[in-house]
Design a protein around this ligand. Sequence first.
Ligand SMILES: [Zn+2]
Ligand SMILES: [Zn+2]
Length: 367
Amino acid sequence: MRFRAAVLRSYESPFTVEEVVGTGPAAGEILVEIAGSGMCRTDLAVRRSAGRTPLPAVLGHEGAGVVVASGDGPDSAIGVGDHVVLSFDSCGDCRNCRGAAPAYCDSFASLNLFGGREEEASRFTDAAGGALASRWFGQSSFAEYALVPARNAVRVDPALPLELLGPLGCGALTGAGAVLNTFRAGPGDTLVVLGAGAVGLTAVMAATSAGVRTVAVDRHRGRLDLAERFGAVPLSAATAQLAGHIRRHTDGGAQYALDTTASAPLINDTLRALRPTGTLGLVARLHTALPLEPGTLDGGRGIRHICEGDAVPGLLIPRLIGLWQAGRFPFDQLIRTYPLADINEAERDCDAGRVIKPVLLPERRER
Ligand SMILES: [Zn+2]
Ligand SMILES: [Zn+2]
């Protein structure tokens, strides 16, 4: 079948929206007509992947859409006509997958970031027959259609606004999951969120919904205003003696901190503002060494990496939808939609901080 997709041909070039050719679903796969796909920092970080993510590729890993074909016939758990949110890929068979920790799948990097399953390599080409990497996070959803393992799809109520739900599969999963799954934060707990982008702001929303007192730190006034709207105490990253200010707003020190900035000075300041036994979680990719100042981990403080909010998507996505329906997780307020054809404008707006969460909508054509 032929359909349109946004192709990234080199690490420097803009996306080109062009016709591509794909096969139908094999066993265990579904073909999804994409209603909308969020743009996440990890999509744009491909430009800095130093050749590790194969190109040309179709990116996009916050897709949501309608199942139009299944490789497993009518008896499969997810079938034709189902509305689904797509999340990251995992093997389903390694020790961590079997332990309900698919974000720490032994094959996470190869399946999601570095080209996907080998047997799928030749099943997706450009119009001239050139190979395309098409399993970015198991989905490659900056396109009209995506061929994905059924394992990565989460069925949702058809009455929901499907085109807006894709960010629940990565960005919102990451921010909310860190608070609800990793930290298991609740009433009386305190949290610092570094960086008020899509991940940081959904962490703030989840924390507020759980009764957690939260401080948000960012450089941009507009983002701090949003963090405040969603329940956090806003603090400028340029505040002198930041650690002292955080301690003052968190009853003497925060129990938890979530870093989305990879900024060593902010991380060190925040570690100093944690209570003894407090934990700082890292979700942003570090591009340089992270020097920790002496004493920052004293008192049993810990620092750990968090991938995809420690989530089992089939459990956390329905929970977040429930919170959204109750008015307690307004992630849709972060979204601005763009036609898929305007993907380069969405990237520019994202880079410039003019939008928190772009969602790309394939244009519906008569078929
Ligand atoms: Zn696995
Ligand atoms: Zn992502």
